[in-house]
Design a protein around this ligand. Structure first.
Ligand code: AMP
Length: 282
């Protein structure tokens, strides 16, 4: 695995690669790598001839300074894990490579209502920061394929919108959410939970599963309320628990039994915020 710290080196390295290879897969991450990240790398290796991963904890997407400060860093382990799992290139930039003109963006990405609902509502500025960093990374890497996790469903939608807005001919590939044995969606932030909290956090996925099992056409009000109360009773502080159309995330209160749905949730356990979702086909 080649490790590169400078954008210019990534650009020139990939220029050489492009002479003989047609597909370049890109897996952007914030590090503290886990099996979920590795599943994206594996998918990229199946689909593409070369895979590049990046690790960069992007300050502009944190709406909460404390969350940024406490974001886990496990760099040595990450490098070892990527190497072991066959990553070809690791891009490990520092902040000046990503934001040579400073972190205040002059560009606004028109994300429409995606920016004002759910994650957008509870994390103001978050998706502008995500677009800022992903746009810059894509400018440097210029991949053919971009690998992302279903766990961050709304983020996947935002990045698809970014690809349209910037006219980028890159194929987004969404990979399934990897879970712990107890159902908890694997997340870097899980490192901030103790063992007991990790067990308790399994209730988040249980709640989503229960929505999927119980859902019927008609009013969804009762189901949403019941799920919220269940979580509150177990000491989670929900930002939201919502059932929405899977392809546009518009909240659904009356289900026709036909539209593809997704149940999405964001909760706090103490000061750790976790998100998850489940697709509901029928
Ligand atoms: P992050 O490092 O949290 O920014 O995540 C980097 C990428 O890994 C994003 O596309 C995430 O959606 C994806 N990802 C994070 N957790 C999981 C998981 N449990 N399963 C699959 N993909 C994941």
């Amino acid at each position: 695995m080649i490790i590169l710290k400078f954008a210019a080196d990534v650009i020139s390295q990939l220029k050489k690669v492009r002479l003989t290879k047609f597909s370049i897969g890109f897996v952007p991450t914030m590090g503290a790598l886990h099996k979920g990240h590795i599943s994206l790398l594996e998918k990229s290796k199946q689909v593409c001839e070369i895979t590049i991963c990046s690790i960069f904890i992007n300050p502009t997407q944190f709406n909460n300074a404390d969350d940024f400060k406490k974001y886990p860093v496990t760099l040595e382990h990450d490098i070892y894990t990527l190497e072991k799992n066959g990553c070809d290139i690791l891009f490990l930039p520092d902040i000046t490579e990503i934001y040579p003109d400073g972190i205040i963006s002059k560009k606004h990405f028109d994300l429409g209502y995606l920016e004002t609902i759910l994650e957008g509502k509870y994390r103001p500025g978050h998706f502008q920061g995500v677009c800022q960093v992903v746009n810059r990374l894509l400018e440097i890497v210029d991949p053919t394929h971009l690998f992302m996790g279903q766990k961050d469903h709304q983020q996947c939608m935002v990045i698809k919108r970014l690809l349209e807005l910037e006219n980028l001919n890159i194929e987004p590939i969404i990979c399934p959410t990897l879970r712990e044995e107890n159902g908890l969606a694997i997340s870097s932030r899980n490192l901030r939970l103790n063992e007991q909290q990790r067990e308790e956090a399994a209730e988040i996925y249980k709640t989503l599963l229960s929505i999927k099992q119980k859902i019927k056409p008609g009013s969804l009000h009762h189901l949403k309320k019941e799920a919220e109360e269940y979580l509150i009773k177990r000491n989670f502080k929900p930002d939201y628990i919502e059932i929405a159309e899977a392809n546009n995330l518009k909240p659904v209160n009356e289900w026709d039994g036909i539209a593809d749905l997704i149940a999405v949730v964001a909760v706090f356990i103490n000061d750790v915020r976790l998100i998850d979702n489940i697709l509901i086909k029928d």
